[in-house]
Design a protein around this ligand. Structure first.
Ligand code: ZN
Length: 458
């Protein structure tokens, strides 16, 4: 039964969902949205929104049209506070968190709540951790979409030929592989590499597999882990030859993508995914398309030119834990003048995912009267100018200072970076004090973030 769900979605996401124009897509999307809104009647939290107060059950009130904009915008705080009313299975937050935290502690991700629900935890880099319930059906829809959208033609051909060897996929993860095991079958073989275990032992296992002719066809890992693997491959210390490289869980920066391309001769594809939903995937032409087939993305614009926004997402695929008008803590970028993607999809192409809202630096304007906002793409462009002078970099805003760390800096690198950052600030009318800190190697168990504005300490 569940496999049928996966296959049906795989077929639709790979060969279906083709629309001649954005107008046709919007009409279809509107019907999906209407169905989603009707389902909300059964969700306790929305009872009063989709069934206005004083309803008498008359025909008129039952058919009264509810618009998405009638619903409140929610965030992690609301989701945690109203957890019981925002899921359709009556699961309590304490029970969900209990299962999830125990799973993280024991690294055994098999336990479920309410019989068959998996619990995911959103990362806790800022404040409380969110809990997310996922049903087996939702996992299958997810897996069907991801496989259909990212696998290359050769891998799909191999999947469909029963006599061909199974497609080998190596997965580097910080959380459990429960979600991914759902798609393991005789046609796909996963190897999981838990990033809380020593990185070198994973490398040795991968390299030994490759030497025995059983290296992965597909490599899936967070961008920072892919970069580390690519560097070792270029140095000849890792012999895998993946034909498809997929970046997950972190922002894939252009220069990291280039490092990966140099190692294996192909550009990585990106799955931009939060615990809250599958938000965007790279198509075969390298464009990062919003997953608007399943997710409605409203835009809260951050700039007057309407190029950067915070997404507010409504996920049609989720029926257990309702994600409706959920504001993500991310900054996305679009190019309003971009032509339609040659792949034929009419869904929005992102010019970039700039990471979380606290990756936007806020520094004083020279007048002292207001703030200057520096978006991450602008900072990255500036840092790329001197990129031959260091192996890697990190920036932390603490108070009004920028703390910069450079890995393996060449002589004079700090002077150049200070100049670059000061010039960048001046061009925005601001000023900054740059402080250099020693480089600390990244902890592979923690989501890598290059630019962070730390909260003001009390
Ligand atoms: Zn495309």
């Amino acid at each position: 039964m569940l496999v049928a769900v996966l296959l049906a979605r795989f077929v639709r996401a790979r060969w279906g969902y083709r629309f001649r124009s954005r107008e046709r897509f919007d009409a279809w999307h509107g019907r999906r949205l209407a169905r989603f809104l009707r389902r909300l009647r059964a969700v306790p939290y929305y009872a009063s929104d989709v069934r206005p107060a004083g309803v008498d059950g008359s025909e008129a009130s039952r058919t009264a049209r509810v618009e998405l904009s009638d619903l409140p915008i929610v965030d992690k705080g609301v989701l945690l506070e109203h957890f019981d009313g925002l899921n359709t299975r009556g699961v309590r937050l304490v029970d969900a968190l209990g299962v999830a935290l125990e799973a993280e502690r024991t690294r055994d991700f098999a336990p479920l709540v309410a019989g068959d629900l998996t619990v995911g935890l959103s990362s806790g880099t800022s404040g409380r951790r969110g809990a997310f319930l996922v049903s087996p059906r939702e996992r299958m829809l997810w897996a069907g979409t991801v496989l259909a959208r990212v696998l290359d033609r050769r891998s799909v051909g191999q999947l469909l030929r029963p006599w061909a060897p199974p497609v080998r996929i190596a997965f580097f993860l910080r959380a459990g592989g429960n979600l991914y095991e759902s798609v393991a079958s005789s046609r796909i073989r996963f190897s999981f590499h838990d990033l809380t275990e020593p990185f070198d032992s994973h490398l040795a296992a991968l390299d030994a597999g490759a030497a025995a002719g059983a290296g992965p066809h597909v490599l899936v890992a967070p961008a920072s882990v892919l970069a580390a693997l690519a560097d070792r491959a270029r140095e000849g210390r890792l012999r895998i030859r993946p034909r498809l490289v997929i970046s997950v869980a972190e922002v894939l920066e252009p220069e990291v993508a280039e490092r990966i391309r140099r190692a294996w001769g192909r550009a990585p594809r990106q799955v931009y995914q939060a615990t809250e939903g599958l938000l965007a995937l790279t198509c075969e032409h390298g464009s990062l398309h919003l997953n608007e087939e399943s997710v409605r993305v409203e835009r809260e614009w951050l700039d007057a030119e309407r190029t950067r926004f915070t997404p507010i997402v409504t996920d049609f695929d989720r029926r257990t834990q309702i994600i409706a008008r959920y504001r993500l803590d991310d900054v996305l970028r679009v190019d309003p003048a971009a032509p339609r993607c040659p792949c034929g999809r009419v869904t929005t192409v992102l010019a970039g995912v700039d990471g979380r809202a606290d990756a936007v630096l806020r520094l004083p304007h020279a007048s002292g009267l207001r703030e200057v906002e520096l978006f991450p793409d602008v900072v990255r462009q500036a840092m790329a100018v001197a990129s031959e002078a260091y192996a890697d970099w990190r920036i932390r805003q603490r108070g009004l200072d920028l703390h910069v760390s450079l890995a393996e800096p060449a002589p004079g690198a700090e002077v150049r970076v200070r100049e670059l950052l000061e010039r960048l600030l001046r061009s925005h009318g601001g000023r900054v004090d740059v402080v250099f800190d020693a480089w600390e190697p990244a902890d592979p168990t923690v989501k890598a973030r290059r630019i962070v504005r730390e909260p003001a300490s009390a």
